[in-house]
Design a protein around this ligand. Structure first.
Ligand code: SF4
Length: 445
């Protein structure tokens, strides 16, 4: 069993978030067949327009059936009459008598279940014809659409700097009934923001046709407000709680929570209001535990930012770093400007404001490595981390090749140690990762 787990049973918000992620299949079936909602596949955290149109954004892996820890299922049933708060208190009480340590495996099982499915999707992608030379992320996104693409009504895609990613989306043509594209101009020059706003209007029209609902300024602003609030909680966890000398749980659990938020942030578990409530509860539960002194003194443990992880990473890394005496921080969405808020000031045009938000995000990702490395640098500086581990993905020619430039800048400007690890597939390279991180930790000490 991994290092975490033993203290997560007291976090009802985390258990609920994990349950909502893993039980997506039944939830989405209910929305599609009983409530006649339209499902729109999204990758990366661009789900606001779908919510505003009354559709259901779905990160496609959530349509798969996962092996659910039986206690998580029982918990969900118990929570329907006790509420999640009481359920986790009850769990905390039962845990004292759990000599077999069965409860400790809840979060372990969640993560295991997600990882097995990610690898399965990657294999399916390759078997179905996507070149094995592509990065892990693209292979498994393709596999997810081979597996469940026919169940969605459309896919919504925003172009990013990676040409392989844009090519992958083109290849979904035969797998999804309809494709919606938003081409974000790579640079903010001339009237590019206006052109982007125009494209967003067209995409909204398409979404209206698919869902049969009208999108108004009010429905857009309402959704942006919900997302803004979620981002505020996300930033509180990253900037306030992760920077504290006392954690509400052990740092390995904390890293698992960050990774779960990072994955589920893409479609907000298909229910933004519920996700907001979970995030609010998570911050509340964390603060309460810290106030009561429940958790762990982590003042002696350096904070390491591991990035990028959105295209696939080895989750075991966070355990390895923990066992070596460090804490792992994941902040990809912040690096790429996706935790910035959309301006919802009265009388502003929400579509224009969303175009501004997207333009700002694109300027952080950048077309060139200089801009991208500056974004990594700026986030590491804001988070005040003690070190950085760069995750180099096999098959990535867009982001991974900025490492040497990043290393120079980090050493020169931040003066913190940086290293890289290689990633091809979950579970494949663990011994090498251990060796590299072992040497790295010697420098950090
Ligand atoms: S990991 Fe690299 S190749 Fe894969 S989608 Fe991201 S930028 Fe593109």
């Amino acid at each position: 069993m991994s290092a975490f787990g033993d203290d997560v049973v007291n976090f009802s918000s985390v258990l609920k978030m994990a349950y909502n992620f893993l039980s997506g299949r039944d939830y989405l079936k209910k929305l599609k067949f009983r409530e006649k909602k339209k499902l729109i596949s999204v990758v990366l955290p661009f789900s606001d327009l779908v919510f505003a149109a009354g559709g259901v954004p779905v990160f496609p892996i959530r349509m798969e059936s996962f092996v659910l820890n039986q206690y998580l299922v029982a918990l969900n049933s118990a929570s329907s009459f006790l509420g999640w708060g009481l359920t986790s208190k009850l769990l905390g009480f039962i845990k004292q008598f759990d000599a077999l340590k069965i409860l400790d495996t809840i979060l372990d099982d969640v993560i295991k279940s997600i990882n097995i499915k990610y690898n399965e999707m990657c294999d399916l992608g390759v078997e179905s014809g996507i070149s094995s030379d592509f990065c892990y992320g693209i292979k498994n996104l393709f596999g997810m659409h081979v597996s469940k693409g026919k169940n969605v009504d459309a896919s919504l895609y925003f172009t990013i700097r990676c040409s392989a990613f844009n090519k992958y989306h083109e290849s979904l043509k035969l797998l999804v009934p309809k494709q919606l594209w938003v081409d974000i101009p790579p640079r903010n020059i001339g009237n590019s923001e206006e052109l982007l706003a125009e494209q967003l209007r067209k995409t909204i029209q398409n979404l209206e046709e698919i869902t049969g609902n009208n999108v108004t300024d009010n429905s857009l602003n309402k959704q942006f407000r919900i997302s803004n609030q979620i981002k505020r909680y996300y930033k509180t966890i990253l900037y306030e709680i992760s920077a504290s000398d006392f954690y509400p749980c052990n740092p390995a659990t904390f890293a698992v929570i960050l990774s779960l938020i990072s994955i589920s942030f893409q479609d907000l578990n298909s229910n933004s209001q519920q996700y907001l409530e979970n995030m609010a509860n998570l911050v509340k539960e964390m603060r309460e535990r810290m106030r009561k002194g429940i958790g762990m003194d982590v003042s002696h443990m350096p904070r390491i930012m591991l990035t990028p992880m959105f295209g696939g990473w080895e989750p075991e890394t966070q355990d390895i770093l923990y066992e070596m005496g460090a804490r792992t921080i994941y902040a990809d969405w912040d690096v790429f400007g996706l935790l910035e808020e959309v301006n919802v000031t009265k009388n502003n045009d929400p579509i224009q404001e969303y175009a501004k938000f997207l333009t700002n995000a694109t300027s952080k990702i950048g077309c060139d490595n200089n801009t991208l490395t500056d974004s990594y640098l700026a986030t590491a500086e804001r988070l005040n981390v003690d070190g950085m581990v760069f995750n180099q993905l096999f098959g990535c020619h867009s982001v991974s090749n900025c490492y040497s430039m990043l290393r120079e800048k980090v050493r020169r400007t931040l003066e913190i140690p940086i290293t890289y690890i290689n990633f091809n597939k979950i579970g494949e390279n663990i011994e090498q990762v251990k060796t590299r991180l072992g040497a790295y930790m010697e420098i950090l000490k």
